[in-house]
Ligand binder design. Structure first.
Ligand code: FAD
Length: 304
């Protein structure tokens, strides 16, 4: 008898194992560094398509992002993707960063405009000599190094600064025209928002994959503030699942994994076969969710 909880049950169209990627942030301290590497070692055998490392607001982690990416390249078989934003740097400075990545062997960049230098909610100002938009950055990278694959962002609820969905998708179109070949979405909790957005993008003739960004909310209260500021709606039914768990980290963890696993299994059941996990540098939840998707460690794929 087939497993009724498996994503392949109930007439699911995709029978193959889904593809995954993981996002990490660059560590600030030695302890955080050890923790990140424990996480990478645990997740590497799941053979993700790629792992990405974020770039701090305003370029604040420029060196740390570079160091993390370089170590991943040196010590693992993983394919790293470096996030890069336009904020706080001239085109020349950004081009140097891109060249340095290319020199050490990086062939994938996640190109972003970045948040306003004054923080989310304040007006966005470009650097006078900088890239003026994310599409400009994509074009700049592709012009210097056509062999670098470029991924970009996408917003199922539209970006908070976009006037409407049409304007939002105009920006996605400009990034694709400039050479981007994959979009990774902002975190969302209501799958219908993702499907509606994907329909809108398809209706505009944009054919690149729109990979859902999935965030298991192990620290719900903290993560809720963070995602809400970035424009993600936290539905009441979703928040209710964490009611009364503020001081119960263990149960919260189980609930977070269960909820995120449910979300990805439903997406998978509807034909979505690629997922990007915002790991928050933790392995446990993402490992369990990947397991439920049918992904098993490959013993040959070892990290450091
Ligand atoms: P774009 O794709 O260029 O624009 C997004 C939307 O905003 C579009 O609809 C566009 O029309 C609208 N818009 C842009 N500029 C304006 C304007 N001036 N006026 C009106 N509307 C405007 N941030 C980091 O700092 N570091 C990271 O590593 C990082 N990684 C991310 C990874 C992913 C997958 C995602 C989804 C986001 C990430 N961010 C990161 C956050 C991102 O930098 C912010 O959301 C930022 O505000 C927009 O950058 P973008 O490239 O998504 O913008």
């Amino acid at each position: 008898m087939s497993d009724p909880t498996s994503p392949a049950a109930n007439g699911h169209r995709a029978t193959k194992t889904p593809k995954i990627s993981f996002e990490f942030f660059p560590p600030k301290t030695e302890e955080m560094e050890r923790n990140l590497w424990d996480t990478i070692n645990r997740l590497a055998p799941l053979t993700p398509n790629f792992v990405s490392v974020t770039y701090g607001a305003g370029g604040s982690t420029r060196e740390r992002t570079h160091a993390t990416i370089t170590r991943i390249l040196k010590e693992t078989e993983l394919l790293p993707a470096a996030h890069l934003t336009c904020v706080g740097a001239s085109c020349g400075e950004i081009d140097d960063i891109v060249d340095r990545y290319h020199d050490v062997g990086v062939r994938h960049i996640v190109a972003l405009r970045g948040d306003p230098p004054g923080g989310i909610g304040t007006p966005y100002f470009t650097h006078p000599d900088g890239y003026q938009s994310s599409a400009g950055l994509v074009a700049g990278i592709k012009k210097r190094h056509p062999d670098i694959e470029v991924s970009v962002s996408a917003y199922p609820e539209k970006h908070p600064e976009a006037a409407d969905f049409d304007a939002d998708i105009d920006t996605l179109q400009a990034k694709v025209d400039a050479g981007a070949t994959r979009a990774i979405t902002q975190v969302f909790f209501d799958n219908d928002l993702y499907f509606r957005y994907r329909d809108r993008v398809c209706a505009r003739g944009i054919a690149i994959p729109i990979v859902p960004g999935i965030m298991p909310m192990h620290n719900f209260k903290q993560a809720r503030n963070f995602v809400t500021r970035a424009g993600t709606t936290v539905p009441d039914w979703f928040a209710a699942k964490f009611d009364g768990l503020d001081n119960d980290a263990e149960t919260r963890k189980l609930v977070a994994a269960t909820v995120a696993a449910g979300q990805v299994q439903k997406l998978f059941k509807h034909g979505v076969d690629t997922f990007h996990f915002y790991t928050m540098n933790r392995a446990d939840l993402v490992f369990a969710i990947s397991h439920l998707l049918g992904i098993r460690p490959n013993a040959a794929q070892k990290a450091a």
